[in-house]
Ligand binder design. Structure first.
Ligand code: EAX
Length: 327
């Protein structure tokens, strides 16, 4: 079959045209996705990113935003970005070690003292060196953003001490470091993509899950979970990933615009995490959750001593200490 010449002449890449004053300007559309809803710390992140890219490139680039895993879960989105079928994603580091093993070290429980410590590490030389590890795998990592400090919820019982976790069936991210650590708590771990979690909790496929307050609220987990304990057992980074070939095609000025947009987006994202952490407990209590606010964290940490010994072997004690002692 023959195609009419005028159809064949239309380029395969999607180009929209906008009319400036007296000029026709090509606009390139790109996609970015998150697994949580728009009204969230990540939603604020990609909305800010899209707005900033458009502003900083004079409207030549338009970033279309997709929420709630509508383009797939985080692992699928990272895969799509690697392949280039989708240009961008903002994702937690959950599935990242499956693509960039070097990033695993950041997912170690109780590695960071608090958010300020984590942000300083990610924005400092350790975090910035780590962004480069993504390049040989086909990604341009634009910036670290934040998912938040993770806490545990379940439908079975109040968790006051690590012993209370024994035998609980909990959904975990598809992250080998988390799975190893949570097994150390005696949890029955069930790795699962985020878009499936609400239904799994609702149907009792799993008893619980763990996530930052920002995610718990955005996903309305209070509707299917009775108990929340502020275990703060692990910091959860997020990262703006772009297909490397798509980034490399940009002019030097546009590359800088994308990098600056991601930095601006991270500021908005972190501010929303702080806001959610401030009001989260009261809001979740008002919606019926029972909250253990001050568990003895040292005991939870001590329960992981054997797992930690293994992490030190795997990652090198010096590398872990370099992050731990970063000031
Ligand atoms: O990035 O999978 C998870 O639990 C993540 O924290 C969530 O998708 C937000």
């Amino acid at each position: 079959m023959k195609f009419p010449a005028r159809l064949a002449a239309i380029p395969a890449i999607a180009l929209a045209f906008s009319f400036g004053v007296g000029a026709v300007q090509a606009q390139t559309a790109m996609k970015i996705s998150i697994s949580v809803g728009q009204n969230s710390h990540q939603g604020v992140g990609i909305d800010t990113f899209a707005r900033e890219v458009e502003k900083r490139t004079g409207g030549r680039y338009k970033v279309q935003t997709f929420y709630s895993g509508s383009l797939g879960g985080e692992r699928e989105s990272i895969e799509a970005v690697q392949l280039g079928t989708q240009e961008l994603t903002l994702t937690s580091t959950g599935p990242v070690p499956n693509f960039v093993p070097a990033a695993r070290i950041l997912d170690i429980p109780f590695l960071f003292r608090d958010k300020a410590h984590a942000r300083a590490v990610l924005d400092g030389p350790i975090g910035q060196e780590m962004l480069k590890e993504f390049e040989p795998k086909g990604f341009k990592a634009l910036a670290w953003a934040e998912n938040g400090i993770r806490h545990m919820t379940n439908s079975k019982r109040a968790v006051n001490a690590p012993e209370d976790l024994k035998g609980l069936k909990m959904r975990t991210m598809e992250n080998p470091v988390h799975v190893a650590a949570y097994k150390g708590f005696g949890i029955i771990t069930t790795p699962m993509a985020f878009p499936e979690v609400f239904t799994a909790l609702q149907q009792g496929t799993v008893d619980g899950q763990e996530n930052p307050l920002s995610v718990i609220m955005a996903a309305k987990f209070e509707q299917v979970q009775k108990h929340l304990t502020l275990t703060g057992h692990v910091y959860s980074p997020a990262i703006f990933l772009m297909n490397k070939a798509a980034f490399d095609k940009l002019s030097a000025a546009d590359k800088q615009a994308f990098l600056d947009a991601a930095k601006e987006a991270t500021r908005a994202n972190r501010a929303r995490v702080d806001e959610d952490d401030t009001k989260g407990v009261a809001e979740l209590r008002a919606k019926g959750m029972q909250v253990v606010e001050n568990p003895d964290k040292a005991r939870f940490q001590a329960a992981l001593a054997p797992v930690y010994a293994d992490f030190e072997k795997q990652f090198g004690k010096a590398n872990i200490d370099r992050i731990r002692n970063f000031k």
